[in-house]
Design a protein around this ligand. Structure first.
Ligand SMILES: C[S@@+](CC[C@H](N)C(=O)[O-])C[C@H]1O[C@@H](n2cnc3c(N)ncnc32)[C@H](O)[C@@H]1O
Length: 217
């Protein structure tokens, strides 16, 4: 990606970060990320036949963990705009035809002509202006089967000023202004306004990160 769609966004990665994303997460988290992401994906409670749409799928690390819970009929479609992510994703799953990559923007309406049991979005939605998040949520809603789950793995809601200074320093240094806005919003109320119901949540890293699951009626 050469020119950013949203110049202040932290989820449109530089080519270097995109090419080395998994290593950056492992080293940057001092090894915490690997066990955390395995736990979070396990807590998605994926079923063998699940059809999963992964918005902003990145390198396919999450899809790789998810597909361990899928049977032969399960399927994952990963969407991303980064050519560096596309290369890593395709190479990771070249021998697994249950997993497909589609190079597509998630912040504009799209139609895959397929409905999913789960739409997953991990550390992506916080990085957009709030009005753009509306399109992402509608894309999720429009691609879910009735009774399907929208699952957001991202920052929880918290007061940045009440964080211990080291956490606050790291968060303020590495995150973008859209993330600061994201953590202040009531996401269950927002999702309810789109017609989502029945919320369950799991928290990680001293409750700064949340796996939020909600259902399309
Ligand atoms: C912080 S990374 C997270 C990747 C992955 N979800 C994960 O948890 O490992 C953000 C991802 O969102 C993708 N992305 C950013 N803007 C996008 C857009 N408008 N449409 C689709 N993907 C986008 C980036 O290319 C990147 O792969």
């Amino acid at each position: 990606m050469e020119t950013k769609l949203y110049p202040d966004s932290g989820v449109e990665l530089t080519p270097f970060t995109a090419r080395n994303y998994d290593k950056v997460m492992n080293f940057g988290s001092l090894g915490f990320y690997d066990s955390f992401i395995k736990k979070a994906i396990k807590e998605m409670e994926i079923l063998p036949d699940d059809q999963i749409l992964d918005l902003g799928c990145g390198t396919g690390r999450n899809a790789g963990l998810m597909c361990a819970y899928l049977g032969d009929k399960g399927h994952i479609t990963g969407l991303d705009i980064s050519e560096h992510m596309e290369k890593q994703f395709i190479s990771r799953f070249k021998n697994d035809d249950r997993i497909k990559f589609v190079k597509n923007r998630i912040d504009q309406p799209f139609h895959l002509q397929k409905f999913y049991d789960k739409v997953f979005i991990s550390f992506v939605i916080h990085g957009f202006p709030h009005e753009v998040r509306d399109s992402i949520i509608k894309n999720a809603l429009n691609h879910l089967k009735a009774g399907g789950q929208f699952i957001i793995l991202d920052f929880a809601e918290f007061d940045m000023e009440k964080m211990p200074w080291l956490y606050r320093f790291v968060f303020k240094t590495i995150e973008c202004k859209y993330a600061f806005d994201f953590i202040e919003r009531d996401w269950k109320e927002i999702l309810k306004s789109y017609g989502f119901v029945s919320f369950t949540e799991r928290f990680y890293l001293k409750r700064y990160i949340r796996l939020l699951k909600t259902i399309k009626e």
